[in-house]
Design a binder for this molecule. Structure first.
Ligand code: AMP
Ligand code: GLY
Length: 426
């Protein structure tokens, strides 16, 4: 089969790496890809958001399957366009992708389906937002309603910070149209967990659990990023909680979508907070998470291509999905300044040495080639991912490998997965 992956991050590198081991694969393309992906696929110079050219390319090359990595093309209807052109695609339709692209759509559906989540209200008018924030006088979370690359969320412990965050989003349009509406949400407490599922209509298959680390600095301090590291599985979620998540979150959400005439096909990702009152939804994503995909796919033993085809063809209930029992840890290295303005073009050294550490694979996120030199090209640059017999072992390997990589201004968290090894009181 000829497969085209859309995207250029660490998630897409992990997908390319995994798909490249499928005996069914005859040719792999990636648009636009990156130098790491280029080791497994032919990179094609088409931007991930250029839906028209992607459809034209898939048609010209007679691609059998398009796998869409990021949320933007999904929200813009790439899967609908591909289906209309008779090309099979892995990912939800535009209507289904609203679960991520419009946080208020997701919130309204959760409310309607009685899915546990934080109390919230939506505002487009700054005066009304400020008035509400002032009356609440409690810590809250301000979120841009639209897509903001994981950065459109501010956790505000003081009323003053909430007012400021609302102003930045609604008045200064910090995220453009994505922040023309904001959600003001109750602050929840507890450990976080990412539960990703393969979904095919009403069939849900929960993948192994994972935990992301969103703030830029150790101890979960500093501004939110797209994710600075993840590991799988996480002991913060129990088997009983997972069953609850399936029954009280995934099933009612898919029922709610079906009632609106929307069938979900692809990966559905629930970002959860495990509160004293049980798991509550922080957000839905309509795709694989980045960086969760890196540790998850390193544990997937089944052929990812088979699983994707089963999702598309409604055979998900007929296949076995197998996982390596060993845990995996992925640590992200970012550029100086990220998640604010960051510098690029710094030479990256040491990836081959890092990959000599047993069980380690380095997934590229924001990298590019300048001549023969690999240089930084994004906020998140790469994710060092390792498998080990225990979380501690996987962690030690990932950090040993990270120690061999260097670029100017390189930053990474030293506590990925380590909170669970040495829990601090919350
Ligand atoms: P989201 O993109 O909505 O998952 O939010 C990004 C991050 O903000 C989450 O991973 C949490 O760390 C934090 N967050 C979002 N919503 C809440 C909430 N209601 N209470 C506490 N923290 C939150
Ligand atoms: N890791 C969070 C995300 O993919 O949105």
């Amino acid at each position: 089969m000829k497969v085209l992956i859309v995207g250029s991050g660490g998630r897409e590198h992990a997908i390319a790496w995994k798909l490249s081991s499928s005996p069914k694969l005859t040719k792999l393309y990636c648009a636009p890809g990156n130098p790491g992906i280029g080791e497994h696929a032919e990179n094609v110079a088409i931007e991930a958001e250029d839906n028209d050219r992607i459809v034209a390319f898939a048609r010209e090359k007679k691609v059998d399957l398009v796998v869409v990595g990021p949320e933007d093309p999904l929200a813009a209807g790439l899967v609908d366009q591909l289906s209309n052109a008779g090309i099979r695609a892995f990912g939800p339709t535009k209507a289904a992708a609203q679960l991520e692209a419009d946080k208020w759509f997701a919130k309204a559906m959760m409310r309607h389906q009685a899915v546990p989540t934080a109390e919230a209200r939506v505002f487009s008018d700054i005066h009304a937002a400020v008035e509400y924030i002032n009356t609440r006088d409690e810590p809250c979370v301000i979120k841009a309603v639209g897509l903001a690359k994981g950065k459109g969320v501010t956790v505000c412990h003081r009323t003053k910070d909430a007012v400021e965050a609302a102003g930045k989003m609604l008045n200064d349009r910090a995220f453009g149209d994505a922040s023309s509406r904001i959600v003001v949400e109750e602050l929840l407490h507890g450990p976080e967990c990412s539960i990703l599922a393969f979904v095919s209509g009403r069939t849900v298959y929960l993948m192994e659990s994972a935990q992301d680390h969103k703030p830029i600095d150790d101890g979960d301090s500093g501004p939110m990023t797209g994710g600075m590291g993840a590991y799988s599985p996480t002991p913060v979620i129990t088997e009983a909680m997972l069953q609850q998540v399936q029954r009280d979150i995934f099933v009612p959400m898919l029922d709610g979508l079906a009632r609106e005439g929307i069938e979900y096909r692809g990966v559905l990702y629930a970002g959860l907070m495990l509160t004293v009152n049980g798991p509550k939804v922080l957000e839905f994503n309509c795709r694989f998470g980045d960086p969760e995909t890196q540790p998850l796919l390193m544990r997937l033993k089944s052929d990812l291509l088979d699983v994707m085809l089963a999702v598309i063809d409604d055979r998900l209930d007929q296949i076995e999905v197998e996982w390596d029992a060993r845990p995996t840890v992925s640590v992200v290295a970012s550029s100086k300044g990220y998640p604010g303005a960051y510098q690029i073009g710094e030479r990256i050294a040491g990836i081959s040495a890092a990959e000599e550490v047993a069980g380690v694979k380095v997934f590229h996120s924001g990298t590019t080639l300048h001549g023969n030199d690999l240089v930084t090209a994004g906020g998140r640059v790469l994710a060092v991912t390792a498998i080990g017999d225990t979380i501690a072992d996987a962690c030690a390997r990932a950090y040993e490998a990270m120690g061999k990589i260097h670029f100017a201004g390189m930053h990474y968290r030293r506590d990925i997965a380590r909170q669970v090894l040495h829990p601090v009181s919350r």
